[in-house]
Design a binder for this molecule. Structure first.
Ligand code: UDP
Length: 329
């Protein structure tokens, strides 16, 4: 019998790649998104397929999906620091109320649900690299608090549904992931640097650039999530690429990759910007037999070519959308 899966955040960067993966795997995919940060362009190639349906719906309100569901992937959430600042209340609501609604759907349909958590649950980590046993160092009231705390609540309520209702749940802690379909203007470092290089602007490093990140190519991330969903492991699992680099070295890599002579300029470091981040992926390796297969060199070439293929108009659309009408007062 063909399996049916609901994917929230389907029009987003990760959500749309997950739709592709499950369509390719022979599933019926129900996509859901309210398009605040997602874009239909990411899934328009799926609309002609019989195995794909799409609901334009905000999961913070009651979620109704007719028919059976075997699996749910809850990936709806703003996921960049600029978005948390612009839509902080929606960010809190989708992680908390949205998760509660989806857990309710999973319970009613007897579906297994996988929740997208994040390395942000570790905050500005005092343990390095971060493994799943680390409880984190999060500022609840800082600008990132709306995302970090929503995701921490999300993990708690998911475990409560698992323990209290016997629901089958999975939790993935996603570390920085990149690839085609990232939003050029989401403020994240990879689209920011590539956009700047392609437009001939200076690359903006926040702080001294000695902070580190570890970037995972999207196909590797999606494969890890796919395996976790189908595994029988029900506690949080880190998925990311441990290959760590300073933001300054990364800026220089992008300048080399683009073959341009861009200058680097330094800007103020945003509040609570984590100093270092690297996933410990021993657990994923052990239980899912997973590790990333795509090097940063390889992944960045594909990503750079994706952005290079955008029209000039798209490339220059780097002013941010006006989100004010979406903010719940
Ligand atoms: N960053 C930067 N210049 C930019 C955008 C981001 O130096 O134009 C830095 C940012 O301060 C952070 C790192 O790059 O230290 C990664 O930022 P991103 O927003 O991509 O992800 P996160 O901080 O959530 O890991």
């Amino acid at each position: 019998m063909q399996k049916r899966i609901l994917i929230t955040g389907a029009a987003g960067f990760l959500g749309s790649h997950l739709c592709d993966r499950f369509i390719t795997g022979g599933y019926k995919v129900v996509g859901m998104d309210n398009l605040i940060t997602g874009s239909l362009a990411n899934i328009e190639h799926l609309f002609k397929l019989e195995n794909f349906e799409f609901f334009n719906h905000d999961v913070t309100t009651y979620v109704n999906v007719p028919g059976k569901l075997d699996y749910i992937l809850h990936f709806a959430s703003p996921a960049s620091p600029i978005d948390y600042l612009k839509i902080p209340i929606q960010t809190l609501k989708v992680g908390s109320l949205g998760t509660h609604n989806l857990l309710g759907v999973a319970k009613a349909k007897k579906a297994r649900i996988l929740i997208a958590s994040t390395s942000e649950v570790y905050g500005d980590p005092l343990v390095h690299p971060q493994d799943e046993s680390y409880f984190g160092n999060v500022n609840t009231i800082g600008p990132r608090g709306v995302y970090d705390e929503a995701k921490r609540f999300q993990e708690s309520i998911t475990m409560a549904y698992q323990r209290f209702h016997g629901l089958e749940t999975r939790i993935v802690r996603i570390f920085n992931t990149y690839g085609p379909r990232m939003r050029l203007n989401d403020g994240r470092v990879i689209p920011a640097f590539i956009g700047q290089a392609l437009r001939g602007e200076d690359l903006t490093i926040f702080g001294d650039g000695l902070q580190t990140r570890s970037f995972c190519y999207v196909d590797d991330q999606v494969e890890g999530i796919y395996r976790l969903l189908l595994s029988d492991y029900n506690l949080p699992v880190n998925i990311g690429n441990p290959d760590e680099i300073t933001i300054k070295d990364f800026a220089e890599e992008i300048i080399r990759l683009s073959g341009t002579q861009q200058k680097i300029v330094y800007r103020e470091l945003p509040e609570d910007d984590p100093l270092q981040r690297q996933p410990d992926i021993s657990l994923a390796n052990e239980i899912l037999n997973w590790k990333p297969a795509i090097s940063r060199d390889e992944g960045m070439k594909i990503t750079f070519d994706f952005f290079k293929s955008l029209s000039n108009e798209e490339l220059n659309k780097h002013e941010h959308k006006d989100f004010s009408k979406h903010i719940i007062k």
